[in-house]
Unconditional design. Structure first.
Length: 741
């Protein structure tokens, strides 16, 4: 038997439970001491109510938060109509987990049941449903707090019934009133053999993907069909190869393996069997579709024991869903005629390495880029300004470790003295930038337009910068441009660029960043708010922007995308603010804290390199709600500023420039949005405001009434009071009202 397992207690829940037990222990000890004799004194005031106890009484569903329900199937018997015993309890992340929840009725549940037909002669295993909606049977609430459901249908009478087959039972709960709406209950599932034989993974299972392990990393919480179907293990019971049953199995687009592949890959092709239900053109996969591992994760065998099926058991149905330029039938297109799946593995699972599934789905540009790494080994700054920081750096091959030219474990250092021996670097656009200060990058006094950092080429004209000093160990030292006398605090050096592959083009290599002290006693790092590698890349695979020059490092991004930055320099007439672009603006704020929110909210058009117009109005955020801040943010970094003070590190935050003024080299005539307003207005915008920026929607009025300013002169005091209501543990705590999970 295999089933969905109850989650482990979170640290907070364990602490709450331990605290409860300690409290009970103290009470018992006190009673024991009192019983030893003497006057027990007057009764004290009543204590606070304790948590509800477990057992048949439990708690009513209407008192439990909607996201704190957990169901588990504890047993199934099949003598005639199947009988299922299950529990409904508070979830492991609730304050008091494992408490029975009552109030469930027959009208709230729907049961499904299917058997697994094993793989034979190369044909993949497949689910065959017995019933996909049984909800008119007998329902009983048991004295121990559990529930029992007896199916209406006697599946043993079905001709396809097999008592020896691996069988799955699952169910959904819908329209169960919780404390804050309908309960959201992950579908439990239970795999067993009715004849009592065991179920062994992976040979007896077909658990290829799991929402918790992979899908919800992008989607937050997948839910369909009215919100009651949340788990892949339940989806496949209905979305099996027999659903729809067209004559050509390659066109059965509601079979789960075809449906999901087509949704993520063939969006432009649409879904011909469901033209009304799903508009494939509305879906935009945000990473390279060859990254199969993003959904097919084999690193968690307890949950996805068959996660490797995508390359060990290839099939016409699964592969053809993505490779829609292939016809396996006669006349064949881009593939020999294949009447069935019996020969797929012989070619694609071992015999021919070049078309072995894993090899065929490698992303060549990423494989080539893996041979390069930028390293900033140190920054020296003698000061005081004006003075130039000197950067010691190397470029290494991290796939080649431990050799004589790898003194620091970063990989074999490339000899940059003769780049003709390294063609990929010879053509690379590799450079360094220096920016200041790390509290609010403004690059004051640099003389650059719209507060952009100063740049120095590392490799130019196919050769190393002539000012670079060879340190004799394949590391090099390069003086950068002077830091302005206006600079204070700490600065940042970035190293970025793209080696060039003759076939794959620009290669995305992670940008390097190092902080250095200007007037600070020690370098002060820029605050860390988002996490590209562990958050953003879950959806994007790899963030490589600006021609693969800036890659997977938000600390590089913010040096340019700072509070004083706009896209004015990329507009057709940057020196004339009276000439608007097609978005009705003469310039657009590209401050990171505003721009990233606005991109995900489909609320911004930005001019880029070569005056390109980048319209993000078609962006589709993959979660049900845009408000799940921790899809990008680090823990507790999404709270509003306390006036101008960041709750992350206590530093003062500058507002977002929306008008860079007549003098593009200084911020003194800039017009800004106040800091919190700049962030929140990026998402909280009405359709009317998109058409007319001067329109006042409810959110905009709310911000203005509470000190927000959409036209704040540079240096003017900020009077926002957002933190009072929206800070941690406040009346409208952002984490609570946004439903952050």
């Amino acid at each position: 038997m295999r089933s969905s397992l109850p989650c482990q207690l979170s640290a907070e829940s364990r602490q709450s439970t331990r605290s409860l037990y300690r409290f009970i222990g103290i009470v018992v000890l006190a009673l024991g001491i009192a019983a030893c004799g003497g006057d027990d004194g007057d009764d004290g005031d009543p204590g606070p109510p304790g948590p509800p106890g477990a057992g048949a009484g439990g708690v009513n569903a209407a008192t439990v938060p909607s996201d704190q329900f957990a169901a588990e199937i504890t047993g199934v018997s099949v003598a005639s109509p199947p009988v299922v015993t299950f529990t409904l309890e508070t979830s492991s992340d609730s304050a008091f987990p494992g408490i029975n929840i009552n109030g469930l009725q027959l009208s709230n549940v729907r049961f499904y049941m299917a058997k697994l037909v094993p793989s034979v002669n190369g044909e993949p295993s497949r689910w065959v449903d017995y019933t996909t909606r049984d909800n008119s049977g007998t329902f009983e609430a048991n004295e121990d707090g559990s529930y029992t459901y007896t199916f209406a249908e006697d599946v043993t009478a079905l001709p396809e019934y097999d008592s020896g087959a691996v069988t799955r039972v699952s169910f959904e709960i819908r329209n169960l009133q919780a404390a804050d709406g309908n309960a959201v209950v992950p579908n439990p599932w239970y795999d067993f053999r009715p004849n009592g034989d065991s179920v062994q993974a992976p040979q007896d299972t077909r658990d290829i993907a799991n929402v918790g392990v992979t899908c919800n990393g992008c989607h937050g919480q997948l839910s369909f069909h009215g919100g009651a179907r949340l788990e892949v293990e339940a989806c496949v019971i209905c979305h099996n190869p027999d659903l729809g049953s067209p004559a050509d199995p390659q066109q059965n687009d509601v079979d789960f393996k075809r449906l999901i592949h087509k949704l993520h890959v063939n969006a432009e092709a649409g879904l011909p069997t469901m033209p009304v239900l799903i508009d494939g053109e509305e879906i935009h996969h945000p990473q390279d579709t060859r990254n199969c591992f993003n959904c097919h994760n084999e690193d968690n065998p307890d949950v996805t024991p068959n996660g490797a099926n995508w390359y060990t058991s290839p099939s016409i149905e699964a592969c053809g869903a993505c490779h829609d330029d292939v016809s396996f039938a006669s006349p064949p297109v881009n593939h020999p005629v294949s009447a069935d799946n019996s020969q797929c593995s012989s070619c694609h699972a071992g015999q021919f390495p070049e078309i072995e599934v894993r090899n065929a789905h490698l992303i060549p540009s990423q494989e080539a880029a893996a041979n390069f790494q930028y390293n900033i080994l140190g920054v020296s700054f003698a000061g005081p300004a004006p003075a130039a920081p000197t950067v010691r750096f190397s470029i290494t091959d991290p796939t080649n470790l431990g050799g004589a030219n790898d003194p620091d474990g970063l990989g074999e250092r490339y000899d940059l003295s003769d780049l003709s021996q390294i063609p990929a670097l010879e053509a690379a656009n590799t450079r360094m930038t220096v920016a200041w200060d790390t509290i609010n990058y403004n690059n004051g006094g640099s003389g650059t337009n719209e507060a952009q950092p100063e740049r120095t080429d590392v490799i130019t004209g196919g050769a190393l910068n002539v000012n670079a000093i060879d340190n004799g160990d394949r590391s090099y030292s390069l003086p950068l441009t002077d830091v302005s006398t206006a600079a204070t605090g700490s600065g940042t050096v970035t190293m970025e660029g793209h080696p060039v592959d003759p076939v794959e083009g620009n290669l995305a290599v992670k940008s390097a960043v190092e902080f250095f002290a200007i007037t600070d006693a020690q370098p002060v790092a820029r605050r860390a708010v988002v996490d590209v590698v562990n958050n953003c890349d879950v959806c994007h695979g790899q963030l490589a922007l600006h021609g693969a020059n800036r890659v997977d490092n938000e600390q590089d991004c913010v040096t340019c995308h700072n509070p004083d930055a706009t896209d004015r320099n990329r507009r057709p007439d940057p020196d004339n603010l009276a000439v608007p672009g097609p978005d009705g603006k003469a310039e657009q704020a590209i401050d990171f804290k505003y721009m990233i929110h606005a991109i995900h909210a489909a609320n911004i058009t930005v001019y880029g390199f070569g005056n390109s117009v980048n319209d993000f109005s078609e962006v589709k955020f993959p979660e049900p709600q845009l408000s799940n801040c921790i899809a990008c943010h680090r823990t507790d970094t999404y709270y509003p500023f306390n006036g101008t003070i960041s709750p992350v590190d206590g530093t003062a935050i500058a507002g977002t420039t929306i008008n860079s003024g007549a003098d593009r080299t200084t911020a003194t005539d800039n017009i800004r949005m106040s800091p919190t307003t700049g962030v929140c207005s990026a998402c909280h915008v009405s359709d009317a405001e998109r058409d007319d920026p001067n329109s006042l929607n409810t959110a905009k009025l709310h911000m203005i009434q509470n000190g927000g300013n959409y036209a704040l002169p540079d240096g003017a005091p900020v009077q926002e009071t957002c933190y009072v209501c929206h800070g941690p543990n406040s009346i409208a705590d952002v984490g609570v009202v946004h439903g952050v999970k």
